[in-house]
Design a protein around this ligand. Structure first.
Ligand code: TXD
Length: 316
């Protein structure tokens, strides 16, 4: 009896701007079979069919289905959640909380039933509050519920540095800590270019200007697009996390992980350096921080706590 080499099953809850690109990138990397789920069934089915039409041209073998029925999500190995409203110009990520916490609760309730063993990557905003909601409602272990923000914010940080220094993005290493909002903390002391500390290559005022631009980079895209928020960069960032899990890459990636004492944080999801492999979030890395970054992280954690207090009023 031939063994069935079943491909991993990747469920994408939300088939919108980010969800559609998640499906394309997952298929192009042949990470597994894809289920595109959306309450708007036509969007899910139409994008799935369009993506299948790409497969002969791009030589990828993947089953891709569109659906609005959670039965099709059953047994997913990885679930990436983008269900929810995106920002419009003038809106903060926090403005989305009221609507998106209801959506997150609905998605989490269904995932608990149909995909109880999945590694869940939450993308929806306000990110730190939405991933907290996912974990609270599913009751999944902390290592199997994570939020995507740090890979995106650190990518933005790395790009601006590479652009300023006119060097390859491949040689810039950096990460961002804290909440996915204006209080995020680009950690300058650990940023390097080809192994050279950034502070030896750039003036302080230029570094500060880039750090500030990173904090506002999402809003910069929203202001230009006017109809929604960034979607290519969040999609590739979530795919990097899914790939680290599916291929047990033990990637060291910044991600919104549950802190249980690390950085003096208890019971909140905030952006921290993590190791992601087949065990999901296998470890939260606690690094030494300057007093300035410790203070910045505290401010960011306090902002996340305020959002989580609002979530608890709505899910308890
Ligand atoms: O770094 C990050 N984490 C952020 C996340 C980066 C950029 C955008 N971020 C957030 O992702 C954004 O603020 C939104 O909260 C989500 C999704 O953004 P996207 O741009 O993909 O939004 P769309 O295009 O509106 O897609 C959302 C889809 C849409 O097709 C809806 O029909 C669907 O979500 N939706 C649902 N699907 C399933 N179940 C429910 N209840 C539901 N409600 C809406």
């Amino acid at each position: 009896m031939a063994r069935s080499f079943e491909r991993p099953k990747i469920a994408l809850i939300g088939a919108g701007q980010i969800g559609g690109n998640l499906a394309l990138f997952a298929a192009q990397k042949q990470l597994g079979d894809v289920v595109l789920f959306d309450i708007n069934e036509g969007t899910a089915k139409g994008k799935a069919l369009d993506l299948l039409h790409c497969s002969p041209v791009q030589d990828f073998d993947a089953k891709i289905i569109g659906t609005s029925d959670y039965k099709d999500v059953a047994g997913a190995d990885v679930v990436i959640v983008t269900a929810g409203l995106p920002r419009k110009p003038g809106m903060s990520r926090d403005d989305l909380l009221d609507t998106n916490v209801k959506i997150m609760k609905e998605v989490a309730t269904n995932l608990k039933e149909v995909a109880p063993e999945a590694f869940v990557i939450v993308v929806s905003n306000p990110l730190d509050a939405m991933v907290y909601t996912m974990r609270e409602v599913t009751g999944f272990p902390a290592n199997r519920v994570v939020g995507m923000a740090g890979v995106l914010d650190s990518g933005r940080f790395a790009y601006f540095i590479a652009e300023h220094l006119n060097v390859s993005v491949e040689d810039v290493s950096c990460f961002v800590l804290g909440g996915h909002g204006d209080t995020m903390v680009p950690v300058i002391q650990y940023c390097s270019v080809g192994g050279v500390p950034l502070t030896q290559l750039m003036k302080e005022e230029d570094i500060t200007a880039i750090a500030n631009r990173v904090r506002k980079a999402g809003g910069e895209v929203v202001a230009l697009l006017k109809t929604g928020s960034a979607f290519y960069s969040p999609a590739v960032s979530a795919i990097a996390m899914a790939e680290a899990f599916l291929r047990d890459k033990k990637r060291v990636l910044p991600a919104a992980a549950l802190c249980q004492g690390e950085y003096g944080v208890e019971g909140l999801y905030v952006g921290v350096p993590t190791i992601i492999g087949a065990g999901g979030v296998e470890k939260v890395l606690e690094v030494e921080l300057s007093d300035k970054d410790k203070e910045g992280l505290k401010i960011s954690v306090d902002a996340v706590k305020g959002l989580v207090d609002e979530v608890n009023k709505r899910i308890r």
